[in-house]
Design a protein around this ligand. Structure first.
Ligand code: FMN
Length: 176
């Protein structure tokens, strides 16, 4: 597992069996915070969210004390989530890594026991695929892959989406 300094800067919550529907009570309450006017039917639908797959795994990034900068610890959480997808795919299962509104909802975070050091990297839905996913547009390699030479002009993929302001440097410094 890519993990600088062996910090294990991540933890997991597995939802399987009845726990998926049971957690729906939390999702219902949480969604009401997102949309105060949500109809009962919509709240019931949101409650079923985790029942869309036999297993849903929340991957949570947790910043630890250690030599690895916080930025690298966040990257490690992304890597652990993707490795989870690849491992499940290798076993023949389909996976879907989503954050949706659930990853950012304070009620969901509170129920799962997150604190300031924790961020939900995503929910990995795992199951047997019933239909092939639609292919999506992919960037051309020439737009993102560069071969360095002393006078090169790097292609940074800016034609795909707007350039952002970057990750704030505050909070992403080394925590040694
Ligand atoms: C951190 C993260 C969050 C994501 N959240 C969502 C999401 O909320 N909804 C969604 O449709 N796709 C989301 N995706 C995209 C899908 O997981 C996936 O990358 C996309 O469907 C393309 O998959 P493929 O490259 O295997 O075809 C997210 C991806 C990442 C890395």
């Amino acid at each position: 597992m890519p993990d600088h300094n062996k910090l294990s800067p991540w933890w997991f919550v597995v939802f399987e069996g009845e726990a998926r529907a049971k957690f729906g009570e939390v999702l219902k309450r949480a969604y009401a915070l997102e949309d105060k006017e949500a109809a009962t039917a919509k709240l019931d639908l949101e409650a079923e969210r985790f029942t869309r797959a036999p297993v849903v795994i929340a991957v949570i990034s947790r910043i630890k004390e250690g030599k690895a900068p916080q930025w690298e610890q966040v990257l490690s959480a992304g890597a652990v989530a993707y490795n989870l997808c690849l491992a499940a795919n290798a076993l023949g299962f389909g996976t879907n890594w989503v954050t949706e509104w659930t990853a950012y909802n304070t009620e969901v975070q509170r129920e799962l026991g997150l604190d300031d050091r924790d961020h939900i990297a995503g929910f990995i839905y795992i199951g047997t695929e019933t239909e092939k996913q639609e292919e999506r547009e992919r960037p051309a390699l020439a737009d993102v892959v560069n071969y360095w030479s002393p006078d090169y002009t790097p292609q940074k993929g800016d034609k795909y989406g707007k350039a952002g302001l970057g990750i704030p440097k505050t909070g992403f410094k080394s925590v040694s």
